[in-house]
Write a protein that binds this ligand. Structure first.
Ligand code: SER
Length: 343
């Protein structure tokens, strides 16, 4: 059952009609990162190259995104510059992907708060002022030790133990607050670890599940930082991209939740991804050298989430599993390796 939680939140402005527009002009902030570098081309395919603006703090590594559409240098903490870009391109939907991930966040919690919350607050305010819709991902990292770990419900105890998670929970609350208080069309999903082959993630607890494929293709032994038996939700990038668009295009009258939906595609632990790779590359080897911080973080997160509400409210339905993803990851990375494109 997908009940709104908490029930009966008063609308501050009873007469607000939520203006839900089609996404026409989209801004992706943090476009050079793991998700952004693939979300920008994905959105450009759907909405047209000139209608999707890529923005990042440092465009140099993501110049590719400027080849067939607009690319802007943007420090998301600079609200003035951010607002100017939104006005310049008449943006009506923002994807705010700016974040320090969980393991990096623990090295400098103050900086993580400053960046993650600074970018979010600017995004919310600019969305409010310009009538734009806003997508900001939440994460499995929003949950904590007291959360039920198996079949983690949509609405349950959060209480994360990382600064990353504290930012995510705060972000979820702010997204709902801005929706209820100001009518901002804010929507979000709790992403699992995302596995991809375009841009490497950096500083996350789930990164091992990406790095292991690169090691396999390069013929290297992989050292896994999480212990055997650590189950985590994971998702292949094509499903993550599909989720972003599906949720932002969803009929708002069907959404009982907004910030943020559990979405899941697969759950596995390190020895299972090892087995999937070894099935295709029997010579591949993995050893364990556990990172105590990553271990503690991973153990505080769900083993697998219940994503029934996302399925019921906006038709979430993932396509990829560990086997099909492994086939594709190894093929794509091997092609790049053969072309000398891997560092
Ligand atoms: N992939 C993120 C991390 O590991 C979780 O959302 O930090």
């Amino acid at each position: 059952m997908c009940q709104q939680f908490p029930k009966g939140i008063p609308k501050y402005q009873e007469n607000t009609t939520y203006i839900i527009k089609d996404m026409k002009n989209i801004l992706v902030v943090g476009a050079g990162g793991q998700i952004g570098s693939e979300l920008v081309p994905y959105l450009r395919n759907i909405y047209g190259d000139s209608h999707v603006v890529a923005a990042d703090l440092n465009c140099a590594p993501c110049m590719k995104l400027g080849e067939n559409g607009p690319l802007e240098n943007l420090d998301a903490l600079d609200g003035k510059q951010y607002a100017e870009i939104v006005k310049k391109y008449k943006i009506d939907a923002i994807f705010n992907l700016v974040a320090l991930l969980s393991a990096t966040g623990e090295k400098n919690p103050q900086l993580a708060w400053k960046i993650n919350m600074g970018a979010l607050m600017n995004s919310l305010e600019i969305a409010r002022e310009n009538g734009a819709a806003l997508f900001t991902p939440s994460s499995i990292g929003a949950f904590g030790n007291n959360t039920p770990h198996d079949g983690t419900p949509q609405d349950t105890i959060m209480h994360p133990s990382t600064i990353y998670g504290v930012c995510k929970v705060t972000g979820e609350l702010l997204g709902d607050y801005y929706h209820q208080r100001f009518g901002v069309d804010a929507r979000s999903v709790r992403f699992p670890g995302i596995i991809s082959n375009e841009t490497l993630p950096g500083g996350g607890t789930t990164d091992y599940a990406v790095e292991v494929y690169y090691a396999a293709v390069k013929g290297e032994q992989f050292t896994c930082p999480l212990p055997e038996g650590t189950y985590l939700d994971m998702m292949y990038m094509p499903d993550a991209l599909k989720a972003c668009v599906q949720l932002m295009e969803a009929d708002p009258s069907k959404l009982k939740h907004r910030n943020s939906f559990n979405i899941s595609a697969m759950s596995f632990e390190p020895s299972q991804i090892l087995a999937a790779i070894q099935k295709r590359m029997p010579e591949f080897k993995m050893v364990y050298n556990v990172d105590p911080i990553k271990k503690a973080i991973a153990e505080s997160w769900p083993n697998y989430m219940d994503d029934t509400c996302a399925r019921n409210e906006w038709g979430w339905n993932p396509t990829w599993n560990l086997e099909t993803m492994t086939d594709d990851m190894l093929k794509v990375i091997a092609d790049k390796h053969a072309k000398g494109l891997l560092k």
